[in-house]
Design a binder for this molecule. Structure first.
Ligand code: MN
Length: 195
């Protein structure tokens, strides 16, 4: 069965001014949609046609199939990492886990900001749960934590298409606005609870 583009979990204009309707029209309506279309083209008539997205990602060799499947997963996850009136600070068990691994929420936010800002080229910065607790990792292009045996809790897409229409080349301003106003900490807490 073919994969479908999942709808955004909020209206397209709901994240403005931090992420504009125009950015979401392109990022969800064009980029994400194209990854879904490409993936369906690549699996049609192959043994991958009946597999789940995760099964395809975990079994695919580097190349087009992996890239498109991972990008479908990454974008669906990224939309859920945001909400209108998001940001602020995590609480409850998530806050405790962050404090245990990073010392404090402020230190975590600082390291996340630095890693998202300094990732060279296209990719993602993630908060993940690994064997040793929580950590922040950077992945290049379409790569993602599940391919490295880690559970994704939060991600920010730092491909230029994620911020160029709203912030041009100013990735640090995008990261600052994203952490301050868009992060859906409840989603992150749910991911930790299920990890
Ligand atoms: Mn993207």
């Amino acid at each position: 069965m073919a994969f479908e583009l999942p709808p955004l979990p909020y209206p397209k204009d709901a994240l403005a001014p931090h992420m504009s309707e125009r950015t979401l029209e392109f990022h969800h309506g064009k980029h994400h949609a194209t990854y879904v279309k490409n993936l369906n083209g690549l699996i049609e008539g192959t043994p991958n046609e009946g597999k789940s997205l995760e099964e395809i990602i975990l079994s695919a060799e580097p190349g087009g199939l992996f890239n498109n499947a991972a990008q479908v997963w990454n974008h669906t996850f990224f939309w859920n990492c945001m909400r209108p009136d998001g940001g602020g600070e995590p609480d409850g068990e998530l806050k405790t886990a962050i404090e245990q691994s990073f010392g404090s929420v402020d230190k975590f936010l600082e390291e996340f900001k630095t890693k998202a800002t300094t990732l060279f080229g296209s990719g993602y910065t993630w908060l993940v749960k690994g064997d040793g607790g929580l950590e922040i990792i950077q992945t290049k292009d379409a790569d993602l934590p599940m391919k490295h045996g880690k559970t994704a809790l939060l991600t920010v897409d730092v491909w230029e298409h994620a911020y160029y229409l709203d912030y041009q080349n100013a990735r640090p301003a995008f990261i600052e606005a994203w952490l301050g106003n868009l992060v859906n900490w409840e989603f992150v807490a749910q991911n930790l609870a299920g990890a």
